[in-house]
Design a binder for this molecule. Sequence first.
Ligand code: KIV
Length: 271
Amino acid sequence: MSVHKEVKRITTHILQEMKSRGEKITMLTAYDFSMAAIVDEAGMDIILVGDSASNVMAGHQTTLPITLDQMIYHASSVVRAARRALVVVDLPFGSYQGNSKEALNSAIRIMKESGAHSVKMEGGIEISESVSRILTAGIPVMGHLGLTPQSIYKFGTYTVRAKQEAEAQKLREDALKLQELGCFAIVLEKIPATLAKEVSESLHIPTIGIGAGRHCDGQVLVIHDMLGINKEFKPRFLRQYANLHDVMNLAIKNYVSDVKSKSFPDETEQY
Ligand code: KIV
């Protein structure tokens, strides 16, 4: 008999049931084992190994530089910690836009080499062939519409998307297309709350919002932002649940001071 307590894993079917009964879905990013273990233990439904790792882990300005190998490294660390949460991994820029065969190979590498449960892809109708091919291989796909950071050089800024009717209409059509193809959920990033509400109500699959208002079926944040590790990043949509920057900074300053003053280690902290 196993001594480990059995934990029921969140599945895409459970997420669907949550939407049906009006229970909100929680999603947070994580990129390493220790952080993912804390997030999972806190009862998160979905852990996203986001390509925001490119920004918050590697210090790049955009999500574009992160590679498939690097995403697999982050994802496999997270998978080792996640006992309950469904783990979703971003397909990084350049690993799926080229052609659908390459997209499938990238998704298969993520699933095989990290042990993750699904992938996320940015875009709508223009990536439908790749989405469809990955789904046909039995790999669950989460869509991502609105502000899609991998296209930042096309947009030019990180401001709210789909404020104009033409872009809003394209987003409605993209969302329906992704649902029709078989995606299990769609992230809606930085779009007007009224549009996110309309899209969420028109779909039977869940929407997960970030800067898209309260009517999405779930919410996602980048963990470094909500824990206040990045001091400078304070967009309107972000609720900061802690000020870890200052907590960590003080602890580290105290350590430096204790070593310099020779008060650490003392007799009880040695052999
Ligand atoms: O990479 C990421 O963290 C994301 C979220 C912002 C949704 O895609």
